[in-house]
Write a protein that binds this ligand. Structure first.
Ligand SMILES: Cc1cc2nc3c(=O)[nH]c(=O)nc-3n(C[C@H](O)[C@H](O)[C@H](O)COP(=O)(O)OP(=O)(O)OC[C@H]3O[C@@H](n4cnc5c(N)ncnc54)[C@H](O)[C@@H]3O)c2cc1C
Length: 436
């Protein structure tokens, strides 16, 4: 037996970062929003080291940087440090030019305690009169390319003129229903992470890695979410973890072995009474055509960008802002015209393709990293990636001309890095043939 709900302008599926952010923007514009969230409690949310564009996006939701710092929900992030197993390190700091006109970027961003950030967002969300339905969308009713209704596990049938899919990368509901084209990057990866108390921490994110040598890079993040608490996570191809599990190692054994192999992390492996670490697995990918006549896809449901880029939170908040803007603008027509819908999905697609292919080609894979060394490879990735994100946030491409300009810029950067990757792999293969 189904109950029918129809007094809603927008149905948002998923109450994670993207879903909550979009609901807040839509409610601020006077739309009646119903947000359906399957999990009553936050399950180990990740996304703790933020890109430089994230603070402005959080501010637009009522969470300025100063407030998060005062509440103890965040710490400053001023730079990123790459530390190798041999103890050498390089610091990556955003260029001063970003702090000057016309960009005027605050050269600080944040690390966040995601539990506290989600709680703060949820309080704002609930204060806006948004209806939160604790249920799981099981079925999506469509007619051609239009979404008509969604049906939940508890038998609620929800009809509304607009739908936003923010169901995360595990579900990606609309991309699956509409069988959207997908681009995938790198192998399936596993992240194993935990939290540790430390005497003090730096105002930066540290990435511990092997650097030159291994064919595919594994790494460990160290993120100070509070001055005395660090989040430490190991990211590895799923196959490598599977192999170790088949050898009889537990997840905890695998995690501890990694920490012990880095001089700075060894002392964290002392608390043997600790609960097993948290785990998740993911595959980096992005869907094309993520906007239809009366629906859009936002956040990880649309694109999963690699955690090393620290770009997932920015992407989720940015998609939420851009998708809501389209719904608000065309609310009376009940259809998004084809061009703005195509521009939305093109922006989302080209940014995710750029970040994923750049991080795979330059850092994860061996040719560039081994040819120019891991520290220079870090420069080759961070300089274009950080600049593009900031320029995008300042210029806010929307129409055909600005979106096309950005697409071309991102495509040419992506192609240049692919050519460099090809060149480095060829020259190193011929060198190894010559020395054989
Ligand atoms: C290991 C790891 C580390 C990361 N680190 C960083 C980082 O340091 N910096 C950074 O910027 N980003 C990072 N990210 C990415 C970042 O966490 C995500 O991009 C961001 O949290 C995605 O938010 P979302 O709202 O799109 O998805 P989610 O947070 O996954 O939200 C989706 C919600 O939809 C709900 N849902 C799913 N299916 C249904 C359904 N059928 N019906 C109703 N509800 C449903 C789920 O319960 C969930 O709450 C990391 C990601 C991973 C995997």
């Amino acid at each position: 037996m189904q109950n029918e709900t129809s007094q809603v302008d927008v149905t948002v599926i998923g109450g994670g970062l993207a879903g909550m952010a979009a609901s807040i923007h839509l409610a601020d514009a006077g739309l009646r929003v119903l947000c359906i969230e399957a999990d009553a409690v936050d399950n180990d949310p990740v996304g703790e080291s933020l890109d430089w564009s994230a603070p402005d996006l959080l501010k637009a939701l009522g969470l300025p940087m100063e407030h998060l710092l005062e509440q103890g929900a965040a710490t400053y992030k001023r730079h990123v440090v790459l530390k190798l197993r041999d103890g050498t390190e390089q610091h990556y700091v955003p260029g001063d030019w970003l702090g000057k006109p016309p960009f005027n970027v605050d050269l600080r961003t944040l690390h966040v305690d995601r539990g506290q950030l989600n709680q703060a967002l949820r309080e704002i969300f609930l204060s806006k009169g948004i209806r939160l339905l604790s249920d799981r969308v099981m079925h999506v009713e469509t007619a051609e390319r239009v979404v008509k209704a969604v049906v939940t596990a508890k038998g609620e049938r929800i009809l509304s003129p607009w739908f936003l899919d923010a169901s995360g990368s595990g579900a990606s509901l609309f991309p699956r229903i509409f069988n959207l084209p997908v681009y995938e990057y790198g192998p399936r990866k596993v992240a194993i992470w935990d939290y540790f108390t430390v005497p003090r921490s730096i105002e930066g994110t540290t990435l511990h890695a092997d650097g030159a040598g291994p064919p595919y890079m594994e790494w460990v993040w160290q993120i100070p979410i509070h001055p005395n608490t660090v989040s430490v996570g190991y990211v590895s191809p799923g196959e490598a973890v599977k192999e170790k599990r088949q050898q009889g190692l537990s997840v905890q054994d695998i995690f501890e072995a990694q920490l012990k192999s880095f001089p700075d992390l060894q002392e964290l492996v002392q608390d043997t009474a600790k609960e097993p670490p948290r785990t998740t697995s993911f595959r980096c990918r992005v869907f094309a055509r993520t906007a239809g006549p009366n629906w859009l896809v936002a956040g990880e449901a649309a694109s999963m960008v690699d955690p090393m880029t620290s770009n997932g939170v920015t992407a989720a908040l940015r998609h939420a802002a851009e998708a809501s803007r389209l719904i608000i603008r065309y609310r009376d027509r009940t259809r998004i015209p084809r061009l703005p819908a195509a521009m939305y999905s093109q922006r989302l697609l080209s940014l995710a393709r750029f970040f994923n292919s750049a991080i795979e080609n330059v850092l994860y894979d061996w040719p560039i990293r081994n040819r120019i060394g891991p520290f220079k490879a870090g420069d080759v990735y961070t300089i274009p990636a950080w600049s593009i994100n900031v320029v995008y946030s300042r210029l806010r491409p929307e129409g055909f001309v600005s979106t096309t300009f950005f697409r071309l810029l991102l495509a040419s950067l992506r192609c240049s890095l692919s050519v460099f990757h090809w060149f480095c792999s060829r020259s190193q293969s011929s060198r190894s043939i010559a020395t054989a």
